[in-house]
Design a protein around this ligand. Structure first.
Ligand SMILES: Cc1ncc(COP(=O)(O)O)c(C=O)c1O
Length: 368
């Protein structure tokens, strides 16, 4: 049996009529950038997340970058984040000339460890960017308490976490600003790049709307420096067709995760994902930890099981961030997790039979 890590065509087949119709509607409207599809999606996502404003942008990376820009983050500032995330999180900070300050992760959730944040705060710290990693919300309240005490902005990197909840509150409704990615493989994925900024703050919403069109409040009146970061109408229409299915898809991901948990429960060398009490996980990834990870991965590939490693090199050891001066050993938890972590296939259309096959093959792939 061949089990892919993700299969977007299977999902398309289940919604083919609605998606084809959505794309046709845009092509026949002749409006490809912004316009009614984007505005409708913005309203629908704002309602779904539970915020007043959602502003479509070109990608999750831009959602982060523009949010930080709108908050005035610049070369004098430090922004606290996790070293165990996709590069975009820290890149958005660094591209504004600010300094990403990494804080090690929690050994159970692999999200930023709230207990270590305070020691990283300096007079230059302006914001914290926690990442809801793999679809599980970070332990929000202790971080929020610190941010309030020190007067810091909170920007959620919710790229992997649409629909996730922390104590009944949706990811991307918790901070000053939330950032979503609609990269095709995300839990709500477009057919190209896309992203969104969510906020309750009307001034923040206005600033993002200006920044995404070259800093122009009115056409050709450029108040500030901005960029081209628009969500296109075809992506918005595809996302509108998919959004109503997101909760059902996330529920199916949880079902798959529960089946993996059950099948792997007795396997003492496999560490399955930990879910914090009070968190609704949406399993963008189902990532286990195993010894001799690369061997296990190779053995799984030999029997047709595709896997991935999120992420093999923590950001403080990446070439792009070498200039920050971190060394191996600075963030031991992130370093250990990045050596052991292995993402198994998970997507809503994966069958129970496939899940059983993956679990069985994983049990046979032990290098220990
Ligand atoms: C945690 C995280 N942050 C940011 C991004 C960037 O999103 P995008 O690829 O839409 O730019 C991604 C996904 O790619 C991500 O997983």
């Amino acid at each position: 049996m061949e089990v892919p890590l993700i299969d977007l065509v299977r999902q398309y087949r289940t919604l083919q009529g609605e998606i084809d119709e959505a794309i046709r509607r845009v092509v026949e409207s002749g409006r490809f950038i912004g316009g009614p599809e984007v505005e409708a999606l913005e309203e629908e996502v704002a309602r779904y997340v539970g915020v007043r404003y959602a502003i479509g942008v070109a990608s999750g990376t831009d959602a982060l970058w523009l949010s930080l820009m709108a908050l005035g983050v610049g070369p004098e500032d430090e922004v606290i984040t996790t070293p165990f995330t996709f590069a975009a999180t820290a890149e958005a900070i660094a591209l504004l000339g600010a300094r990403p300050v990494f804080v090690d992760v929690d050994p159970q959730t692999y999200c930023i460890d709230p207990g270590r944040i305070e020691e990283a705060i300096t007079p230059r710290t302006k914001a914290i960017v926690p990442v809801h990693l793999f679809g599980q919300p970070v332990d929000w309240e202790p971080i929020e308490e610190i941010a309030k005490r020190y007067g810091l902005f909170m920007i959620e990197d919710g790229a992997q976490a649409i629909g996730a909840e922390y104590r009944g509150r949706k990811a991307c409704s918790l901070g000053h600003v939330g950032c979503l990615s609609f990269f095709p493989t995300k839990n709500l994925g477009a057919y190209g790049d896309g992203g969104m900024v969510t906020t309750d703050d009307p001034e923040m919403a206005d600033r993002i709307k200006v920044l995404r069109v070259h800093g122009a409040g009115e056409k050709y009146a450029h108040k500030v420096l901005g960029t081209n970061s628009r969500l296109d109408a075809i992506q918005a229409a595809v996302l509108r067709a998919k959004l109503p299915h997101t909760d059902r898809w996330n529920a199916r991901r949880r079902e798959i995760a529960a089946l993996y948990d059950e099948l792997l429960r007795e396997v003492d060398w496999v560490v399955t994902p930990y879910v914090r009490p009070g968190c609704l996980h949406v399993y963008h990834q189902y990532s286990v930890r195993v010894p001799d990870r690369d061997r296990v991965r190779e053995r799984l590939a030999e029997v047709g099981v595709a896997t991935a490693v999120h992420y093999p090199i923590p950001l403080h050891l990446q070439g792009a961030f070498r200039y920050l001066g971190y060394k191996e050993g600075n963030f031991p938890v992130a370093e250990k997790v990045s050596r052991e972590v292995l993402s198994l296939p998970i997507f809503p259309e994966l069958t129970d039979e496939e899940v059983r096959y993956v679990a069985k093959r994983l049990m046979e792939a032990s290098g220990v």
